[in-house]
Design a protein around this ligand. Structure first.
Ligand code: BG6
Length: 475
């Protein structure tokens, strides 16, 4: 009983939130570099405010990240010390193709990731690679309009061919797009889309979504052709939506809210647009341009597993005027009165993870992978500089218990679990450093000041024991 043998325990990061080295070794500029910390971040990541060049008024935390570019050996060694079986990370597209539309890749960029994968293999850590974790080369945004333009499908295919060939034998697990449903909530960060005055934003978002979905299917095809051992997953920001009450209007609203996200995964798993979305997009005149060839590609190249992030459940109410809203990973949600909340106002709902796992498995019946789950909190070092992050341990323990129930009692198929994030890094939503998730503390503040020194927190030893006992000893 318990977790299956070979369960993949580990942690997850993203290139843009940890690498830094934004202009080193030929790397090109990307959308994620230009998302500033502070009050304008939200307007930039949602595509409402154009930020195509750095300016002197803003601070851009991705430029230096936590300098993983120069610390990766030290960091992977620490992950190995915790007993990681898997390390989820992403590649920065603009390190490999600085502009995005070149024929020939940048050798220095390819080497960087090859070294990382070799470093992982040295410790028997399986890399799980997200091909796109929110990043898009700025050249593709300025000259093609980002993912709204279907030419990006070909550029992405080229990237995929290059990395699948180069890393054959080193990487087996791939995710095509991080949180593909984020395109609807943060279109500049998620898909390099910046809106012009008077544009039909919804139409553009669904066209970009379609282009990414076709690109994802093409990537799955190429991955399987290059190495039949490759396993390719889709990935979305999950968290079941509860109706605020048993009023059928609230229940209907909850179902519709979930469908906004399931729309993507229904296509990636079943290989076709679901009827509910075809009808709605048609009704609202939002149907993207879909070619007969697209339909074939989608149909033939469905994913091997469903990966998702889970931070919290959501809550929907038909009459939104009456109910307060809660924060939560850029998704608007009614405030659920039964739950506790994090310092950033995100609901904390471990049972919601069991519910989400069951809902996804009931719907898709293919293996799942939890590739993000964690608590963003302020960590205050004690007089010796040590962080006793019992709040983080509590959060993770309760979520791991819920996941265990889903595996042991409900029989869902789960390949692994990677926490967000094993090491402190820049927050995607806020651009802050003080919103920390790690087992490893990084000495760096919100203004970019600090030594970048790495230190183990109390949760480091706790997670080491969780992995060593295959999830039996939760402290
Ligand atoms: C997910 C992203 O949305 O949530 C990560 O895939 C992100 O990139 C994580 O960091 C946590 O969100 P935040 O805003 O606290 O960094």
């Amino acid at each position: 009983m318990g977790f299956p043998k070979g369960f993949l325990w580990g942690g997850a990061t993203a290139a843009n939130q940890c690498e830094g080295g934004f202009d080193i070794d030929g790397r090109g500029l990307a959308n994620v570099d230009l998302c500033p910390a502070g009050k304008d971040r939200n307007a930039v990541i949602t595509g409402e405010m154009k930020m195509f060049e750095f300016d002197d008024e803003h601070f851009y935390p991705a430029k230096r990240g936590i300098d993983f570019y120069h610390h990766y050996k030290e960091d992977i060694k620490l992950f190995a010390e915790m007993g990681f079986k898997v390390y989820r990370m992403s590649i920065a597209w603009s390190r490999i193709f600085p502009k995005g539309d070149e024929e020939t890749p940048n050798e220095k960029g390819l080497e960087f990731y090859e070294n990382i994968f070799k470093e992982c293999r040295k410790y028997n850590i399986e890399p799980l690679v997200t091909i796109t974790h929110f990043d898009c080369p700025m050249h593709l945004i300025k000259n093609y309009g980002g993912w709204r333009n279907r030419k990006l499908i070909d550029f992405y295919k080229n990237l995929c061919k290059v990395i699948f060939t180069r890393y054959k034998g080193l990487v087996k697990y791939w995710i095509t797009f991080n949180e593909i449903n984020m395109i609807l909530h943060a279109p500049f960060m998620g898909a390099g889309i910046c809106f012009e005055e008077g544009e039909n934003k919804e139409k553009i978002k669904y066209q970009a979504a379609h282009n990414e979905l076709v690109a994802s299917a093409e990537a799955t095809k190429i991955a399987h052709e290059i190495d039949p051992e490759n396993k390719v997953g889709c990935m979305f920001a999950a968290g079941s939506t509860y109706p605020y009450s048993c009023n059928p209007e609230d229940v209907w609203k909850a179902l519709q809210t979930d469908r906004e996200s399931y729309f993507f995964i229904d296509i990636q798993v079943f290989g076709k647009y679901p009827n509910y979305s075809l009808k709605e997009l048609e009704r609202k005149n939002l149907l993207p341009d879909i070619t007969p060839e697209d339909l074939k590609v989608l149909k033939k190249n469905t994913v091997d597993f469903v990966a998702f992030s889970y931070y919290n459940s959501r809550c929907a109410v038909a009459d939104s005027e009456k109910i307060k809203t809660a924060e939560g990973n850029l998704f608007v949600s009614a405030k659920n009165p039964y739950l506790a909340y994090s310092e950033w106002g995100w609901p904390i709902d471990p049972l919601g993870l069991r519910i989400t796992l069951n809902e996804i498995y009931d719907r898709y019946r293919i293996p799942m992978f939890i590739v993000e789950n964690g608590l963003g909190a302020v960590d205050t070092p004690d007089e010796n500089g040590f962080i006793k992050d019992d709040y983080r341990i509590d959060y993770l323990r309760e979520h791991i218990k819920a996941m265990k129930d889903a595996v042991e009692l409900d029989g869902v198929e789960l390949m692994g679990y990677t926490t967000w994030a094993p090491i402190d890094l820049v927050s995607a939503g806020s651009g802050q450093m003080k919103k920390r998730y790690g087992f490893i503390y990084v000495d760096l503040d919100d203004e970019g000041k600090g030594t970048f020194e790495r230190r183990k927190k109390k949760s480091f030893e706790w997670y080491r024991e969780v992995i060593a006992s295959n999830g039996e000893n939760l402290g």
